[in-house]
Design a protein around this ligand. Sequence first.
Ligand code: ZN
Length: 502
Amino acid sequence: MSFDSKAAVAALQRYEGKSYAVMHAGSVLSTDGVTAAPEDSWEGRARTMGYLSELEYSLSTEPAFLSLLKELDEHSDELDQLTKRQVKVLLRETERISRIPFEEYTRYSVLVSEASSLWIKAKKSDDFALFAPYLEKLVAANRRMASLWNPDEQPYNVLLDRYEEGLTMSMCDRFFNTVREGIVPLIRKVGEHQYSRYPFESREYPIPLQDEFSHALMDMEGIDPRRCTLSTTEHPFTSGVNNRDVRITTHYHDHDFIASLFSVLHEGGHALYELGGDDRYNYTCLYGGASMSIHESQSRFYENLIGRSKAFSAPLLRTARNFFPEQLADVTEEMFYRAINRVQPSLIRTEADELTYSLHVMIRYEIEKQLIDGSLQVKDIPQVWNNLYEAYLGIRPTDNKTGCLQDSHWSGGMFGYFPSYALGSAYGAQMLDRMEKEVPQLWDKVGKGDLSPVTEWLHEKIHQFSALFTPQEILDQVCGGFDPSYYIRYLTEKYSELYILN
Ligand code: ZN
């Protein structure tokens, strides 16, 4: 029978529609679970989520769907660019899911949900031994899944590739070596020139006013409030289902308005990426962005490269003053710029400053690599974790709560995800270098609080394409290939100037 490309593409869109509906339902449910749902509602939600994950499995492994994808792939020269990429991405995902037997797939979902609730308990009571047996099972399950997905490749490479197409250990090693050599000595020098905290940093900032300020920040970022809303959660995140429905969250502290300020700018950066995708990617697997690293490059762009820049501190302080005139009455632009860029090696990754952040990620990468290749046992993690913090950051955790139990990723079975945080920062620095060359009077405009040239440039180069290109293709197109030396140069110049190291 001859290939009817019109009919095949129509059939593909029907599958995409179903799979979008399952994703949409799951996404709204889990966002609701951490924002508006009552505390005791988890059981009913867990049942529905379990059913949705079964639906996802059967949709992705349906023989008719798999043969449709193969047929489309065989005739890929007859397809347009979008459909061709769609088929590639779907083949990658469905092959992955269908290599895991159904029983194993559901057993793993149960393991992850048990491990996640156990991790919360273990973290609260600082009890690593409580979480350790689950972590062992999760490591074993991930090694097994990696060997099913690609038996010819080293398991950690398979896991890295899951979050960042094409990423390998040797690429990460090269990247983190550059980071270590460039940043560790810089942090040591900065540590010798510390300045103390200003009184305004610990004044009271009423939460209702912080909430109004957050909306003003979203407005500065150019986020359309009819397409993106803000709520509060323990850990800030972004969740989008199509370019007209994106949710971001933040967390307020009443004696620290700076923490939420940068959470909003960060999540706002993720939101702009999700909102900026072209309409034609809605309701397809290509919606939402090229990869985790490219996503982080966008969120960190607004949080750090723009948000913590000297030029933007002026309009940022001016806007904050509209909401907190008394608390900020004695603050100069210089003081504000220094306060938002203070370097202080700390134990908690999510609270780390821009300079030390990547070292937190590097520590997790080194541990994961050894866990997955079997050279590190779960029981030895606390010791190794603490040693690495001491070696790279010069501080040692005194408990596991602020040490190896702090992040949720491992309890969710996410191994290979962490590097994307550091890579995103490095990609962003290189993109900024290009933007400075291509956008006339960039910093003059940013200094007036006008972020539209930033968003327009990112939209034209990155946002509009969603996942049409691989992360590597985006970097090639935007920057002519990835080069981490831009990141090191950016940090060295900024922090040498701030801490007058020369
Ligand atoms: Zn992020």
